[in-house]
Every structure is written in C-alpha cells, then in structure tokens.
Design a protein around this ligand. Structure first.
Ligand code: C2E
Ligand code: CA
Ligand code: CA
Length: 665
C-alpha cells in the first residue's frame, strides 16, 4: 500500500514537471518575439540618446542571437519528444537559454558609450527592470527559468548603479536589490501555489479514478452476492428467495398473457431417518443427487429450486403447464426408484408430490404456494410416493385439520377434550365388568371432531403424550370412584395408538398418573391394535414394561390386522377385542358366526378373554352369548357417555345384579 502511494507521488512529480514544461512552451515563442521587440526598441532609444554605436549594435545582435538560439532549442525539444518524455531536461535546457539571454541583456549598460545611469540612460534601467519583472511574472509556473533570465539583469543594474557611486544611485541600487528580493520571493511562492494546485488536481483525478474502480469492484461483488443470495449451496439449485420472487413474477406475467402457471412441491419421504442414521453429509449427498435428478427430468423447461430441508419446488409456465407438471411428477417418481448411494450402502428415496395450478385453482402466488402445499400434505398423509393435485374439497379438509391442530393443545388444557366411557357387560348376566375410555371433543366452530382425527392432530402437534395422559387421568379418576359405586373389580380401558410407543414411555406416563391415585394396575387395561404387536419401533419393549408393571393388555380390532399368535402368547395379552365388522349383524351371518366361534375357541385355548364390540341388537347379543362370548360392548347396552351421565346410568334401576357388578337392562 505504502509503496503504491509512494509510486503515485513519484508519478505526480513527473507529471508536474511535464505541466511546467508545457506551460513554458505555450508562451515561449511569443516571449522571445516580445523580447526581440524590446531589444530593438532599447537599441533605438540608445541611438536617439547617443547616436549609433558599435557597442549597442553588437549588444542587440548578441541578444537577438541568443533569442534565436532559444527558439531553435525549444523547437528541437518539441520535435525530439524531449518535452513529453524528459520534461526535466527540456526545462534545464530552456533555463540555460534564458540565462544566456539574461547574460546578454546584462551587458546593456556596458555596451553604451558614456552610459549615464542616473541621467539620460535611466530609462534603460527601467526597461531592464521591466523585462526582468515581466519574465518573473510570466514564469510563475517554473521560477528557475525566470530567475535564470532576471538574475544577470538585476545584478547588472546593481553593479552599474554602484559604479555610478552617488548617493541617489546607491539608494536606487538598494531599491533594485529590494525589488529583486520581492520578485524572487513572489516567483518562488507562485511556483509553489502552481505546483500544489496541479498536484491537487492530479490527486483529485486519482481519487476519482480509484472511486470509479471501487464502484466497479462493488458492482462485481454485488453481482457475486446476488448469485449466492439466489442459490442453494448444497444442490446448486435456486433457493427459496429466488423461487418466491420468480413465482410472483411468473404469476404476474401469467395474468398479463392469460397463461397458466403450475407449481409442483416435492418432499422426500423419510429423509430425516437418513440424516439421523448416516449423518448430515450423507443427507447432503442425497439432496445433491435428488437435485441432479430433478434437473435431469425438468431440464430447462422450468425453475427447479430447493426450498429448504428436504423440500423442492418446480415452477412451469405455458398453456400446457399442468399436463407437463403431471408428466414430470410421474417421471420424477420413476427416477426416484433408482437407488441412491448413502453412507456406503444404497437407499431408494421416495418422493411425495403436491400440484396446484394458477389460475384454475389458485388466484394468487401466495394461494398457489399454499394450495400446492396442501396437496403435498395430503400426498404425504396417504403414504409414500404419492402425487396429489389440489382440489377445493382438499382445501376445506386441510383447513379443518389445521384448525384442529391449532386448537388442540388449548382444548386439552382447558378440559374441552373429554374422556367418555362406554360400559362393557357380561352377556350372560348383563353385569357391568368395565368401561372403555373414548375421547370426545366438540370444537367450538367445527363441531364434534372424531377421535381418530384428534389422535392424528395430537401426533402431528407432538401432543400424543399429553392427550393420552389426559384420558388416562380421567380413566384413573373413574377407577378411584368405582368401588363406591359397587364396582370394585370393574376395569377401565385406554386406547394407545401404535405410533405412540415410538414417542415416549407409556409405562412411565401411566405410573405418573396411576401411582399417586393408588390405582391397582390390573384394573387399568391398555388397548393396543394388532399393528403395535408387530414390534414396530420398539413397541415390544414397551409392551413388556406395561405387562411387568401389571397393567392388563387387550388387542383391539382383532381380526383386522395381522397378529402373530406366538407373539400374543409371548406378550401375555389378556384380551382380544373382536372387531365390530365381524360382530355387527352376526345373528344373520353364518360366516361371522363360524369365525367368532373359532376365535372364542382360540381364546379358550390360549387363556385369552374374548370381548365383542359393536353389539347393536338384542338378537346379536343373544347369538354371541350362544357362541360362548362372555363380555360385550355396544350401543345395545350403552353408548359412550360423559362421567355425570355414566353415574346416572349406573344408578338407574336395573332388573338384575351379579357378583361381578351392577346389572344393566
Ligand atoms: P375403538 O377403540 O375401536 O373404539 C370403539 C369405537 O366403536 C368407538 O368409536 C365407539 O363409540 C364405537 N362403538 C361402540 N359401540 C358401538 C356400536 O354398537 N356400534 C357402532 N357402530 N360403533 C360402536 P369412537 O369413540 O368414535 O372411537 C373411534 C376410534 O378412535 C376408537 O376405536 C379408537 O381407535 C380411537 N380412539 C378413541 N379414543 C381414543 C383415545 O383416547 N386414544 C386413542 N389413541 N385412540 C382413541
Ligand atoms: Ca378400543
Ligand atoms: Ca375396537
């Protein structure tokens, strides 16, 4: 940096010298001509005063010769390029010429015969002083040359006056000396001002140049930043910012030219598990590969972007944007079947796709994005590798789902989500043997929300544990009150969805709820579906813990899934709840009768209790009793009801009682 500044200063000095040479040259010829004119005038004056003399003629000839020499020298300087390339040398040469002229001029008083400095030749002094002063005033850009010319003249005047010797001449000599000093000082300071002005101009020009360099540099860097700001660093595709602004632009243009825009949103299925199992760099490699495939399929036909995480987006425009989008979605799913290398092995990366179109479905870029997102949400909700296109019914469904999800936490907290209870009774005596807790929520705006919908929302909002804990608390509260109602051995069943086992420790949660209430775990029954018995995500471990803690286990909706008998035995399941679909209308279905008879036999053989649910009529109840079923649940006996209604129902007058509990009508 310092050396750059140093070399700049050196450059500026060089340029300054050139300016000085140019300045001198710009008036050099006219100066010489003027000088020649004064020389001749001076010679004329001496002729008038003294008559013609050889001395003055020689003097004038010499002065004119020096002027001619200076003219030739200056012309030579220009021709040889010395002014442009060696201005310092040119100035020295020109100053030398000025000195020679000055010396010639200084001989004037001595070349006039009978020179009378204080008398009739005083005018010659005036001319000499004027010429010297004029030279200095003209030579402000470069004082050296002016002084080279003026010094011999002023010295000559001084010497001449001193030689005259009278007091007036001596006084004049002092004045001449003072004038010379003033002139020289003026010349030096004028040169300094000139130099500093010129240097300031050069520096200003430099500054302007470097500012323009800096500006260019900033523009270049801005350009690079813009590329980075629009680009996803992992895949090299466009990023969300670029994607959003492009979508806004394309939709605005589509309005003007009346052409559709199709938006595809893509999400990799189970990408999180790749990241979790193989690490982030393996995850990044998968994203890169997916990005490459998207680009391969779509090419230059549309904008492909990574929107963040494992989400990608594609924008297509043109009259056939929608069919092209659907074709690309299918091609992408086919391309995704090629295995991708992941952490030393390979994996098949499935893609879910949501599609929405402008203006057919959405009326703005924001709506287009929201609707494509809804379609993607729906696609993911229905399993892997799905393509879903937005439709208005989907919007209503998803808005409802979002409202349910948003309001659920508060509803659990404020008790709007309740547990209702449906009694289970003995078929032979109608005695109440237990209850199943079923959740109920009436949304203030949407009305009753079905339990599976609530369970799904709880899952996506990470509220599964809070929801089940809420129901379990109600179940335990009922259990603490049953002895007082004459049902000390009645059980209360809770539903636990299979996915919950991978989220938290169910046994610990139940311990927290049941422990402080002094609940006998044998009276709390956990209903799981057959899916959970398949030991998905460590459910087996959890079921063992529940069993060890003494809770009862029931397999719900039995017959709908795929239970391994060996596993049921191993788990020490207590009950099988035969699915409603086999129970409903059993009185009129031979097939279902045979099936239930077989299941009852199986239950006996494995020492499992069989419960039938969905018993809606007296005939079905009768047939089920004849088939050997012991315990039943269904609308025929009682619908699920809130706690207060349950107490009323239990307290109602009933025709029969048994040792196992109160009887029902
Ligand atoms: P599920 O466990 O099979 O519950 C029995 C369902 O059958 C209940 O539906 C009940 O109201 C209904 N039901 C009972 N008797 C009859 C009958 O005679 N006829 C007919 N047609 N239906 C009858 P609900 O309450 O709508 O619950 C539906 C499902 O939601 C439940 O099926 C269960 O899988 C789930 N669920 C309910 N509460 C919870 C809960 O607290 N946690 C979890 N994880 N799931 C729950
Ligand atoms: Ca159940
Ligand atoms: Ca069931």
């Amino acid at each position: 940096m310092d050396t750059r500044i140093g070399s700049r200063k050196g450059q500026h000095q060089g340029e300054l010298v050139r300016f000085q040479a140019d300045l001198i040259m710009s008036s050099h010829t006219s100066t010489l001509l003027f000088n020649g004119f004064i020389t001749l005038s001076t010679a004329g004056i001496t002729v008038i005063n003294h008559g013609a003399s050889l001395g003055v003629t020689v003097w004038a000839a010499i002065v004119l010769l020096t002027l001619a020499f200076r003219y030739v020298a200056a012309a030579g300087c220009v021709r040889s390029g010395m002014i442009a390339h060696r201005p310092g040398d040119a100035l020295t040469l020109l100053s030398f010429g000025a000195l020679v002229s000055g010396l010639a001029w200084s001989a004037l008083p001595f070349s006039v015969d009978g020179f009378e400095g204080s008398g009739r030749d005083a005018a010659l002094f005036l001319i000499m002083v004027g010429t010297a002063s004029g030279a200095i005033v003209k030579g402000i850009g470069y004082s050296q040359l002016a002084m080279a010319f003026a010094t011999p003249l002023m010295l000559s005047i001084l010497i001449s006056l001193m030689l005259v010797g009278d007091s007036a001449s001596l006084l004049l000599a002092v004045n001449a000396a003072a004038l010379t000093t003033v002139l020289y000082r003026h010349s030096l300071s004028a040169e300094q001002v000139f130099a500093s002005n010129e240097l300031a101009k050069l520096q200003a020009a430099d500054l302007a140049l470097s500012l323009s360099d800096a500006h260019d540099d900033i523009l270049r860097k801005n350009g690079r930043l813009e590329v980075l700001a629009n680009c996803d660093p992992v895949t090299g595709l466009a990023n969300r910012t670029h994607f959003n602004s492009r979508l806004g632009g394309d939709v605005a243009r589509a309005v003007a030219v009346d052409e559709p825009v199709a938006l595809l949103l893509l999400d990799l299925d189970r990408f999180k598990s790749i990241n979790d199992s193989f690490g982030h760099s393996a995850g990044d490699a998968v994203l890169m590969e997916v990005g490459r495939r998207l680009r391969r399929v779509v090419g230059e036909d549309g904008l492909v972007a990574r929107l963040g995480g494992d989400e990608f987006g594609i924008i297509l425009t043109g009259s056939d944007a929608r069919p092209r989008a659907l074709a690309y979605a299918t091609d992408l799913q086919n391309a995704s079947q090629e295995p991708v290398p992941v952490g030393g092995t390979t994996a098949v990366i499935c893609i879910s796709v949501g599609l929405a179109c402008f203006p057919a479905q959405a009326s703005s870029a924001e709506e287009l994005m929201a609707f494509a997102d809804m379609a993607l949400y729906e696609a993911k909700d229905h399993g892997r590798r799905r393509i879903r296109e937005f439709d208005p019914a989907l919007k209503a469904r998803i808005e409802r789902q979002h409202a349910v999800e948003q309001d659920l936490a508060e509803a659990i907290r404020d008790g709007s989500v309740e547990a209702w209870f449906q009694p289970q009774v003995r078929l032979d005596t109608s005695a109440v043997t237990g209850f199943e807790a079923l959740l109920r929520w009436t949304h203030p705006r949407l009305g009753p929300i079905s339990p599976p919908e609530v369970v799904q929302a709880a899952h996506s909002q990470h509220l599964a544990e809070a929801l089940t804990e809420h129901v379990a608390t109600a179940a335990c509260d009922l259990l603490t009150r049953l002895p007082a109602l004459g049902l000390p051995e009645a059980t209360v069943a809770l539903n636990i969805s299979p996915r919950e086992f991978s989220l938290y420790c169910v046994a610990d949660m139940l311990g927290r709820v049941a422990g402080p209430r002094g609940i006998n775990p044998a009276l709390l029954e956990i209903e799981i579906t057959e899916e959970a018995t398949l030991d998905t995500d460590g459910a087996g471990e959890q079921l063992k813990r529940l069993e060890n803690a003494g809770y009862k286990l029931a397999v719900d909706d039995f017959g709908m899934g795929h239970s391994s008998l060996a596993y049921l035995i191993d788990l020490k399941v207590d009950r099988l709840k035969i699915d409603r679909s086999f129970v409903k209308g059993v009185a009129g279905s031979r097939t279902n009768q045979s099936l239930i008879a077989a299941l009852v036999g199986l239950g006996h053989a494995l020492a499992l209790d069989i419960v039938v649910e969905g018993v809606e009529t007296a005939e079905d109840a009768e047939v089920l009793a004849l088939l050997g079923c012991r315990v039943a649940q269904g609308y025929h006996f009682a619908r699920p009801m809130p706690l207060a209604a349950l107490f009323g129902w239990l307290g109602a007058d009933r025709p029969a009682t048994s040792e196992e509990g109160r009887a029902v009508a």
